[in-house]
Ligand binder design. Structure first.
Ligand code: NAD
Length: 353
């Protein structure tokens, strides 16, 4: 084994069922006396219940979080936080809400407690993507990472099955790219492998019975591991392509990850055979094909064309994706990107490239 650097996991993590009841105590631990609860408009009622449960240590809620963290929304939330005298942030929701918590926290220094309700995995990372005038920029800073993360399986029981599947595949993508990351290490690989195993076990159970609490627990546990490795390792071609398709073609985050993963993993697999062993042990030696079969069986979307991305968009996507150099186990050019994406556009099983 070569040498490696392990950066450590700075967040405090509470995992279980019914753990939402620990928010007040954890706000207090962060020194908070006046928490502001954040959510999307879709989760307004959940946020209102939390505000009520928190009682005196909460000053109110802001329920306008939106996908890709628009700066205009952050500025509005900052004004609300100032007016209410908030000294702590509690984000309750998926990656969009956690993103808003990060955006306010890095601007104000307010401590941030995240309660994720999807498997997108923003909560364990020091990454913040923000949109201004339609342009998405991403930055890293240790101050962006939430101080405390509370995972409550009960909050995921109502996550619709289609979102469960796409969000879980979004999580799986973090683990697969962490396995072959240039700055990976044995601890991260162990976590990535365990994360994939938990998703592999849990997703079919939840698809068969969305109320299967043990299955939900597996998926959320897997999502925690996948989020952790996302925060620790540099992502490659898969995340870059999803960023391009989300940022320049306005495709939805989780669905895009879910559709692309079999194709990007299949493309990279020949260049990272040893590193991806924990993934091939679950999905088979033909990693792309195995992931595609798994996604199809779970009812995941398979075709980018269903999201409005067509073959005529391929050259532009390939051009944008190859503008900058970034770490990936297999070299590629614009032609490779077009070849790799074509079956993803049409929803066909990936073939060896
Ligand atoms: P999302 O947060 O936009 O959630 C999608 C919808 O589902 C929202 O309306 C939300 O309110 C609703 N929802 C969430 N949990 C629910 C539940 N348990 N039951 C019912 N409805 C629920 O989508 P997402 O996929 O979680 O996050 C995507 C965003 O997160 C993107 O902007 C992406 O860039 C960002 N992200 C950032 C990082 C990072 O490290 N910075 C990592 C992953 C994702």
């Amino acid at each position: 084994m070569d040498g490696f650097v392990f950066k450590g996991i700075p967040s405090r993590v509470i995992f279980g069922t019914g753990t939402l009841s620990a928010v007040a105590e954890e706000v207090d631990r962060l020194g908070g006396k006046a928490a502001l609860v954040l959510s999307t408009s879709h989760q307004t009622d959940d946020a209102a219940r939390l505000v009520s449960d928190l009682g005196d240590c909460c000053v109110g809620q802001f329920s306008e979080a939106a996908m890709h963290t628009p700066v205009a929304v952050t500025e509005k939330a900052l004004e609300v936080a100032r007016t209410l005298g908030a000294d702590c942030l509690v984000s309750l929701g998926g990656g969009s809400t956690v993103g808003l918590g990060k955006a306010i926290s890095i601007r104000t220094g307010l401590p941030h407690l995240a309660v994720p309700t999807t498997y997108a995995g923003s909560e364990m990372t020091d990454i913040l993507g923000e949109t201004r005038d339609g342009e998405k920029t991403t930055r890293r800073d240790p101050g962006i990472r939430p101080a405390t993360v509370i995972y409550d399986v009960a909050l995921t029981l109502g996550l619709p099955t289609d979102m469960t599947v796409t969000s879980a595949l979004n999580a799986a993508a973090h683990a697969i790219e962490a396995l072959y990351a240039s700055d990976g290490n044995p601890v991260i690989s162990q976590m990535a492998g365990a994360g994939l195993a938990a998703l592999f076990e849990g997703v079919p159970r939840v698809v068969a019975d969305p109320a299967d609490a043990a299955g939900r627990r597996e998926v959320l546990y897997g999502a925690w591991l996948c989020s952790t490795v996302l925060g620790q390792a540099e992502m490659g071609l898969h995340h870059k392509l999803c960023h391009v398709l989300g940022g320049s073609f306005d495709l939805p985050h989780a669905q895009t990850h879910a559709i692309l993963l079999p194709h990007t993993a299949g493309f990279n697999a020949p260049a990272a055979r040893a590193q991806i062993a924990p993934a091939t042990a679950l999905f088979g030696e033909d990693l792309g094909g195995g992931l595609w079969d798994f996604a199809k069986a779970a009812g995941a979307p398979l075709a980018l064309s269903d999201l409005g991305f067509t073959e005529k968009d391929l050259p532009r996507a390939a051009e944008i994706a190859t503008r900058n150099k970034y770490s990936n186990p297999r070299a590629f050019d614009a032609g490779d990107i077009v070849t790799l994406l074509r079956p993803a556009v049409n929803g066909t099983r990936p073939q060896a490239i």
